[in-house]
Write a protein that binds this ligand. Structure first.
Ligand SMILES: [Cu+2]
Length: 195
C-alpha cells in the first residue's frame, strides 16, 4: 500500500537511492545552478556595457580633516564647473546630514563627472534612473561619470545610514537645457533658486 508516486515513500531496493537516480538528480541541479550563474554573469556584463554600471573603481585618497582648508573640495570649488572640453565636473561634500551644495544644475546631454567626498562618516550618493550609485567614504574621493538624457529634477538621497538625521539627508540635481546652463554664472549653477 505504499504510495509510489510520492518520492519520499518510494520503495528503495537496497535501502538506498539507486545510483542512476542520484546521478540524474545531481545533473539537474548542476544544470540549474550553472544556468543561474550564467544569467547573473550576463546581467553583470550587459548592465556594465549598456548602462555603465560597475563597482566603484576610483581609488583616490584625501584628508577628510582639511577638506575645508585647501585642495579640490574648498567651498569655492564645490558645485558644477565647466571643463575645457565642454564636459561638466560636479563636486559635492557629504556630511552629517547634508550635501554641500544642496542643489546643482547640470546641462542635458553632456558628459558629467561627479566627484564627492565625506567630511565625517560613510554616506551614499544615488541618482534614481541613472548609473549613479556609490558610497562616499571619508578619506576617499568617489567619482562617477554619467550623462543625462532628460530634463528635470532628480532627487539625490543619501542611501547609506549615517546617523539619526540620515532620513533628511537629500540634495537635488536639476538637469537644464544646454543654452540655459551656458548662461548661468558659477554661483547660479550651484544653487537652484529661480532667477
Ligand atoms: Cu545618510
Amino acid at each position: 500500500m505504499a504510495e509510489t508516486s510520492n518520492p519520499l515513500s518510494r520503495p528503495l531496493p537496497d535501502g538506498i537511492v539507486p545510483a542512476e537516480v542520484v546521478a540524474r538528480t545531481e545533473k539537474r541541479w548542476i544544470i540549474l545552478m550553472a544556468t543561474m550563474l550564467l544569467v547573473m554573469l550576463a546581467i553583470i556584463v550587459v548592465t556594465g556595457i549598456a548602462s555603465a554600471m560597475h563597482p566603484p573603481s576610483n581609488v583616490e585618497v584625501i584628508d577628510p580633516a582639511t577638506l575645508h582648508l585647501n585642495g579640490e573640495f574648498v567651498e569655492s570649488n564645490l558645485g558644477a564647473a565647466v571643463e575645457p572640453d565642454g564636459s561638466v565636473t560636479v563636486r559635492f561634500i557629504a556630511e552629517q546630514y547634508n550635501f554641500v551644495p544642496h542643489c546643482v544644475q547640470v546641462p542635458v546631454d553632456t558628459p558629467v563627472k561627479f566627484r564627492l567626498t565625506s567630511a565625517d562618516v560613510v554616506h551614499g550618493f544615488l541618482l534614481p534612473d541613472t548609473n549613479v550609485n556609490t558610497m562616499v567614504v571619508p578619506g576617499f574621493v568617489a567619482e562617477v561619470r554619467t550623462r543625462f538624457d532628460d530634463l528635470g529634477e532628480k532627487a539625490m538621497p543619501c542611501h547609506e545610514f549615517c546617523g539619526l538625521g540620515h532620513h533628511a539627508m537629500w540634495a537635488h540635481v536639476h538637469v537644464v537645457p544646454k543654452e540655459r546652463f551656458a548662461n548661468l554664472t558659477p554661483l547660479q549653477r550651484t544653487s537652484c533658486e529661480s532667477h
